[in-house]
Design a protein around this ligand. Structure first.
Ligand SMILES: C[S@@+](CC[C@H](N)C(=O)[O-])C[C@H]1O[C@@H](n2cnc3c(N)ncnc32)[C@H](O)[C@@H]1O
Length: 237
């Protein structure tokens, strides 16, 4: 449960808080990135073909950084979010989204940390997991990827982020949830986990201030060609 004294300060006052602090703009990352990190996820999904009739899972949706753009865009009932910290969603609704938008667009939420994505009873066209696997050890990544494979449409696409180690950097084996610290995972390990989940994956150059975006699919033909990858740059001029 969030610390009440910090939770209710304004977003402007929260700008100095460290990532992971008990405020809806800070718990999910650097608070002055709250707007940008939501917008870039929305832009990426639109570049990948997201339309209003698609069904989307925002895995680890946090304080709806992306949700505040996706919920108005998608048709009613088509946004699903999983997030164990319920207060993040409650504060985002109260302070960014509004009860009317929730009534009109009927987003669906689950508040658990089991990685189970099946309870919505939906095969998703898109799954996004931004800054989730960068906080997961190998055990949770394997579980998460298996869940994504089981709950994606045959032609569905998942967009996820990882942090790669710097050249020459040693990576320690990790397990469980690590937060707010991050964990790095070598590309070779990521490729193995993707393969073991019966998925196919590619890195894309979509701009991220700290992490690397990967696209995952059940059907390898769904992944972008080299030319398509070049167009997925997410540049900010
Ligand atoms: C770095 S934040 C990213 C939030 C969101 N994806 C975004 O881009 O704003 C990581 C989020 O994962 C959530 N989380 C922690 N354990 C989780 C689990 N087992 N399943 C799903 N989400 C989890 C945290 O509560 C937090 O909101």
């Amino acid at each position: 449960m969030a610390d009440m004294s910090t939770r209710y300060i304004s977003p402007e006052e929260a700008l100095d808080l460290a990532p992971g602090s008990e405020h809806y703009t800070a718990y999910v990352g650097p608070p002055d990135d709250y707007d940008f990190m939501g917008a870039t996820q929305f832009r990426l999904l639109c570049a990948l073909g997201l339309r209003e009739h698609h069904r989307l899972l925002d895995f680890g949706c946090g304080s709806l950084r992306a949700g505040r753009f996706l919920i108005p865009y998608l048709k009613a009932g088509n946004y699903c979010g999983i997030e164990p910290n319920r207060w993040l969603i409650e504060d985002a609704i109260e302070r960014e989204i509004g009860a009317d938008q929730i009534r009109i667009k009927a987003p669906r939420f689950l508040y658990h940390d089991t990685f189970d994505c099946s309870a919505f009873d939906v095969a998703f066209d898109y799954i996004i997991a931004q800054s989730i696997f960068s906080h997961c050890g190998a055990d949770l990544i394997a579980r998460g990827l298996r869940e994504f494979a089981a709950n994606l449409m045959p032609q569905g696409l998942a967009a996820v982020t990882f942090i790669h180690p710097d050249p020459g950097e040693e990576t320690e084996p990790s397990s469980g949830w690590i937060y707010p610290d991050c964990v790095t995972h070598p590309v070779s390990s990521i490729q193995t986990w993707i393969r073991e989940a019966s998925l196919h994956g590619v890195q894309i150059p979509w701009h991220h201030p700290r992490q690397t975006w990967w696209l995952l699919a059940r059907d390898p033909a769904r992944l972008p060609s080299d030319e398509g990858k070049r167009l997925l740059h997410g540049a900010v001029l």
